[in-house]
Design a protein. Structure first.
Length: 647
């Protein structure tokens, strides 16, 4: 493995002087190190620019002074965000009397109304006063228009973060609000191609979290004209219904809890379905806390304790029965938790975990009281919920025994004779495991691989659809047990990713319908039970060629119909070319498989990522769940895009 090295001059004591110290003024740090402020300069960073501006409008909505936000993607590549909030203050700033407050906010890092005072008493998503100024810094052009109670329209324009002129009045205006228009600077950003669907999903989520808020997304780009409007009067209750729309629910409607404790606003929605996985999304001040935090801990503690108390009280849990565990009560649970509070404390730059200790007790008390009341008032639904949890406990005991078998098997066998062909390298970060469809392809892969760092595990047939199976049934599948044992992490509550034996797991299946189905089943397994592999960027999909084109003694490999047609067009009519379509990996000899699909210097592999966990959860539930009609509608809607369908 080659590691690039730089030859740099040695630093001596005499070469380190005051002139070596740089002072970055204004927004220069953002332009120099954009990743520190927006995460990346790729498509994710591009969308982050939009959400940073929208977050300011959301903060106005959370303060109760805004009920409409319009986001527009313009034909010239710019984006505008307009709200009917209070409008950014435009009067001179007390600390900078020669500058308008608008200019201070747009051109100064750590300037905002969220560090204290009365601007945002109910909390806000912004904590550092960086967002909109970072957007300005990374924009080729930015224009802010402000409507205040004065009836005047104020405006200021910027180029790469630098004001073109002082803020000024350009006319009269009715109402209040702010409109920010920016065009990403493509000398820094890698792309300016906004993805409508990705933004729409994020704004749908924001609308769920802010009941009564209307968010409209408009695409004016040529050939892409469309728009959608989001408004949910039910708040998180509507969100949970949306998540469960492709599932069979145990409860007629979600339990919806909304309460204010001191300065913390708590909203929770809960609904059980007959599935086996937990779907829980948590938010703090509108931020998706993907790693949970004190509000999630409080909710889970309340759920477990309240269901145990009710089960004991009503005799569904006998004296001889052990208490239900957290795993038992979360099976088939769909829940959403949102807290809004001043001075939110997050862990890490990504704000993925809420750390406010007092929130745990607040959420736990509110949920316990409301859930106990619901169970008492709806005994028939309460019985179904407790019965489901008791069945889960029994299955969990069976799964525990199955895990013990897997653990014992792993302890006795360092490899799986006849199946896993392991590699000689023992440093996990330098190893990769290919999960290969079929014994034939597995045989070719074993012969063609680099034995030093590539391991091969052939899979026979289609694995179990884990979307429809409990953990105990899943662990009864020999194929899944082989995958778990090969990876070395274990599964369920005892899973330990520090024991992962491979830095990359690569799914390699045929380029046909069966191969796609097997790949989807594997992706479902990893998403539901080992999602950390996806989060860590360790799961990949191999890209075997679709065609071999023989021109004389030379072989060329192409990976799509379009690539084949373009290649043949370049050859021209004078060349005799023989085109062969691979029906499966088993048709390739080991040398071909190595050169096209396994050789790190020539292969193409796709990294599996999940930018939007909500959308992924919906998709897996729809494609792999029990409900037939949503899947049928999806197939009917997308059938026209299918090519190379094997009959």
């Amino acid at each position: 493995m080659a590691i690039a090295q730089r030859n740099e001059p040695a630093v001596t004591a005499n070469s380190y002087t005051a002139s070596d110290i740089q002072i970055l003024e204004g927004l220069e740090p953002v332009r120099l190190r954009p990743g520190m402020y927006i995460g990346s300069t790729d498509i994710r960073g591009l969308h982050h620019l939009v959400t940073e501006v929208v977050d300011n409008s959301i903060d106005e909505a959370m303060a109760g002074v805004c009920d409409r936000i319009v986001i527009t993607l313009h034909p010239d590549g710019s984006c505008s965000v307009e709200d009917n909030g209070r409008g950014i203050p435009v009067e001179p700033h007390p600390q900078r009397p020669n500058q308008s407050t608008l200019e201070v906010i747009m051109t100064t890092l750590h300037a905002g109304g969220k560090f204290g005072g009365d601007g945002y008493k109910q909390g806000s998503s912004g904590l550092h006063g960086v967002g909109v100024s970072a957007v300005n810094a990374l924009s080729e052009y930015c224009r802010v228009e402000v409507r205040r109670k004065t009836g005047k329209l104020h405006m200021q324009e910027y180029q790469r973060g630098v004001p073109l002129a002082p803020a000024r009045v350009i006319g009269k205006a009715e109402g209040q609000g702010t409109k920010t228009t920016f065009k990403p600077d493509l000398t820094i950003m890698e792309t300016g191609d906004f993805q409508f669907e990705t933004l729409a999903q994020r704004f749908r989520e924001m609308a769920y979290l802010n009941r009564g808020l209307t968010i409209k997304l408009v695409d004016e780009r040529e050939g892409q004209e469309q728009e959608c409007t989001f408004y949910f009067d039910g708040g998180l209750k509507s969100f949970v219904r949306h998540l469960n729309r492709n599932r069979n629910v145990v409860m007629a409607k979600p339990v919806h809890i909304e309460r204010q404790v001191e300065k913390t606003i708590i909203e929770v929605a809960v609904q059980y379905n007959d599935g086996y996985s937990e779907t829980l999304f948590s938010f703090a001040n509108g931020i998706n806390t993907v790693d949970g935090g004190s509000h999630v801990t409080g909710f889970r503690a309340a759920l477990t304790r309240t269901l145990n108390e009710y089960g004991r009280k009503n005799g569904q849990l006998k004296e001889a029965d052990a208490n239900l565990t957290g795993d038992d009560v979360r099976e088939g649970l769909t829940a959403a938790i949102s807290v809004k509070l001043p001075n939110a404390q997050f862990e890490g730059q990504t704000k993925g975990k809420l750390n406010n200790a007092e929130v745990r007790t607040q959420v736990e008390n509110v949920v316990s009281e409301a859930l106990a009341k619901y169970l008492e008032e709806t005994p028939s639904e309460a019985k179904r919920i407790i019965d489901k949890c008791v069945n889960s406990a029994r299955a969990r005991d069976a799964a525990r025994k199955a895990r013990e078998l897997v653990r014992r098997k792993d302890a006795l066998d360092s490899t799986l004779p006849g199946k896993l062909a392991d590699c000689s390298e023992r440093r996990a970060d330098r190893c990769e495991l290919y999960l290969v469809e079929g014994d034939s392809a597995g045989g070719s892969a074993k012969q063609g691989r680099d034995r030093h760092f590539q391991a091969i595990l052939p899979l026979r047939g289609k694995i179990l659809n884990v979307e429809r199976a409990r953990l105990d049934r899943m662990l009864a599948s020999e194929t899944i047990k082989d995958i778990i044992t090969a990876l070395g992490t274990g599964i369920g509550e005892n899973m330990d990713f520090t024991k992962l034996r491979y830095g990359r797991i690569i799914l390699m299946s045929d380029a046909d319908v069966d191969g796609s189905h097997i790949r989807t089943l594997l992706l479902t397994f990893f998403f539901r039970h080992m999602d950390q592999l996806i989060t860590n960027g360790q799961l990949y999909i191999a890209q075997p060629p679709l065609y071999r084109v023989q021109v004389g003694k030379q072989r060329h490999y192409v990976y799509s119909d379009q690539e084949k047609d373009e290649f043949l067009a370049r050859l021209g009519e004078g060349k005799n070319a023989s085109v062969s379509r691979y029906k499966g990996l088993g048709e390739m000899d080991p040398e071909e498989l190595w050169e096209t699909t396994m050789n790190p210097s020539t292969r193409t592999i796709l990294q599996v990522t999940v930018e939007d966990a909500i959308k992924a959860d919906e998709t897996f539930s729809m494609l792999m769940g029990d409900e037939v009609m949503p899947r049928k509608r999806f197939i009917e809607a997308h059938a026209k895009y299918v090519k190379n369908l094997d009959v």
